[in-house]
Design a protein around this ligand. Structure first.
Ligand code: 5GP
Length: 112
C-alpha cells in the first residue's frame, strides 16, 4: 500500500507543495505545530531512520541540504528545528521517512 507521501507525489491526495526535486519533496503539515511546519521526505520510500541502508546515504545527505535550503526560502534564518519521529513510541504515524522542519517562533526546549 502506498504511503500518504507517495499518494501526494502521485497527486492522488492534495498538499501544499513548497519544494520538489528528483530526490525529495517538501509540503506544509496539515496540522501545523508552529507558524512554519514543513514535512520533507524522499521520493524513495524508506520506512524510518532504522530502515536507512548504506545505499541511501546520498538521499539522506540531500535531505539535510534541502532542509537548510527550504528553511532559508521560508525565512527561518533566525533558527528552526528538525525533528524525525522514529517508531510508534516517538510518535511516528507515517511509515515513510520524513523530517519535520519547525520554526517561525521561539521554540521551547526540552521538547517533551
Ligand atoms: P509523524 O507523526 O509520522 O512524525 O508525522 C506525520 C505528520 O504528517 C503529522 O505532523 C501530521 O500532521 C502530518 N500529516 C498527516 N496526514 C497528512 C496529510 O494528508 N497531509 C499533510 N500535509 N500532512 C499530513
Amino acid at each position: 500500500m502506498k504511503s500518504i507521501f507517495e499518494k501526494i507525489l502521485d497527486a492522488e491526495i492534495p498538499a501544499q507543495k513548497v519544494y520538489e526535486d528528483d530526490i525529495c519533496a517538501v509540503i506544509r503539515d496539515i496540522n501545523p505545530q508552529a507558524p512554519v511546519h514543513l514535512l520533507l521526505f524522499p521520493r524513495k520510500r524508506i520506512e524510518s531512520v532504522d530502515a536507512i541502508g548504506p545505499d541511501d546515504l546520498k538521499i539522506v545527505s540531500h535531505l539535510m541540504l534541502t532542509a537548510s535550503k527550504v528553511a532559508k526560502m521560508e525565512g527561518l534564518g533566525d533558527g528552526y528545528r528538525i525533528v524525525i519521529n522514529n517508531g510508534p513510541s516517538a510518535g511516528q504515524t507515517i511509515d515513510h521517512l520524513h523530517l519535520h522542519i519547525l520554526g517561525g517562533k521561539r521554540l521551547g526546549w526540552p521538547p517533551c
